[in-house]
Design a protein around this ligand. Structure first.
Ligand code: HAM
Length: 428
């Protein structure tokens, strides 16, 4: 037992699980590349002010969940990033990545939120996200949604997910809506809980997000943003819906969807699943046209999303465990003695150069172990073939190949013929 343990809610991803992650990451990376998004990697730590300003002071993330600490070396407050958009926008501005041009970025990596850990909810978790700058039209929104839709297809999860859409309208519409909400909730002041009362003064939209069962009916009857939308927002949203219908992406309109971060306007969305218990959100995003300006840049339309990798991996494990497995070695190399093992090193090196797809393992111990125990290890490794080099084969320039997964006679090959045999055998 180790003297130290990982922090609660921050998990090791072990070798016997990593193939699920790599499987997912490969697909996401490939999709990003197919659609012409460029990768960006920003630091895990930023100044606290960046998150307060972007996410909003009166949000769960900023009020309760950030890992914030005083820098011991300089007089400033730092925070482990709780989400990826803020750092991305900071970097875009700092390096003028979207100045008078469009920019389409993606990222993948760990985030930190001090939430109550449970299945699908961690304190260190991972997101795959995309952010596009300089594109005000709904086509970019449709593109990102179709990318995610593609991902669900490739992962075999299409029948497990649902897209929920809403629009928050323009900044002006939100202001009018905010006032209407204040008026409405004022009438129920005595029913509101402490959190909602505070939000009533500071950020009434957040009351709509309350999980308090006692408030659900009041929230249900609250005014809806739809009544405050300007014609331009209505057209924008209707066009997005048209794109989705055209692309055959099913969605439902959810006028109660508000999102837990303050920077959104116009389109917002969430992908949910019924298959993960309470943590139903697989990913979410929306438009944040005011954020670049809020951080000191030129007004720049922006849209993006992030998917929660832990939750997708959970879903993959539940539904496709038997189809996703770590790549097995092709060859396990067994040698009779020290000289044979040295020769085996050269053979394996040559094969790795000529057929880079091969995964080749060598039995360590400089050929001192019996063939029997080496075969046992070869079998356990899951390799398809064992390469065997005894003194006799070595002196004749041959190599013995044993078929570990088929009932087939062991065969001898000359070193020069081995490559073409492998090419045929594995159909490289
Ligand atoms: P978010 O809704 O806070 O949005 O997070 C996106 C996704 O990250 C969630 O839907 C969920 O799958 C996952 N997630 C969040 N918290 C946790 C947690 N504690 N444990 C496991 N998974 C979690 C954002 O972060 C925005 N930055 C998305 C965005 C990008 N909007 C525009 N661009």
């Amino acid at each position: 037992m180790s003297l130290f343990q990982a922090i609660r809610g921050m998990h090791d991803i072990l070798p016997n699980q990593i193939h699920f992650w790599q499987y997912l990451e490969d697909k996401m990376r490939h999709l990003a590349n197919q659609y012409g998004y460029e990768e960006i990697r920003t630091p895990l730590v930023e100044t606290t002010g960046l998150f307060k300003r972007t996410i909003g002071e009166v949000t769960d993330i900023v009020e309760k969940e950030m890992y914030t600490f005083q820098d011991r070396h300089e007089d400033r407050s730092l925070t482990l990033r709780p989400e990826g958009t803020a750092g991305c926008v900071r970097a875009v501005l700092e390096h003028s990545l979207a100045y008078n041009k469009t920019s389409k970025l993606w990222y993948m990596g760990p985030l930190f939120r001090h939430e109550k850990p449970q299945r699908g909810r961690c304190r260190q978790f991972h997101q795959f996200g995309m952010e596009a700058f300089g594109i005000p039209t709904p086509d970019i929104e449709a593109e990102m949604l179709v990318i995610i839709w593609h991902l669900w297809q490739q992962l075999g999860l299409r029948d497990k997910v649902q897209l929920e859409l809403n629009t928050l309208g323009s900044v002006n519409a939100r202001q009018a809506y905010r006032e209407a909400l204040v008026q409405y909730f004022e009438r129920y002041r005595s029913d509101l809980d402490e959190d909602s009362l505070r939000r009533l003064a500071l950020n009434p939209l957040r009351i709509l997000d309350s999980k308090n069962p006692a408030l659900q009916e009041i929230i249900l009857n609250a005014p809806k943003i739809q009544a405050f939308l300007e014609p331009a927002s209505e057209i924008h949203f209707a066009q997005l819906c048209e794109y989705l219908q055209h692309l055959n992406i099913p969605f439902i309109l959810n006028p109660r969807l508000v999102r837990g971060l303050d920077y959104y306007c116009e389109t917002i969305f969430e992908w949910t699943t019924q298959h993960l218990g309470a943590q139903s959100a697989l990913g979410a995003g929306g438009r944040y046209d005011g954020l670049v300006e809020l951080l000191g840049g030129q007004p720049t339309p922006a849209f993006g999303f992030a998917l929660g990798c832990e939750r997708i991996v959970e879903l993959l494990k539940d539904t496709h465990e038997s189809e996703i497995f770590p790549p097995k070695p092709h060859i396990y190399c067994i040698s009779q003695n020290y000289a044979c093992q040295q020769e085996m090193f050269l053979i394996a090196e040559h094969l790795r150069d000529t057929l880079p797809q091969l995964k080749i393992l060598i039995h360590y111990g400089q050929g001192s172990a019996s063939f029997k125990s080496q075969f046992k290890k070869a079998d356990q490794s899951g390799a398809a073939l064992a390469f065997i080099l005894g003194q006799e084969e070595k002196s004749k320039g041959l190599i013995a190949i044993k078929f570990l997964r088929e009932n087939r006679e062991q065969q001898l090959y000359s070193k020069t013929d081995v490559t073409s045999f492998l090419r045929d055998y594995f159909s490289f």
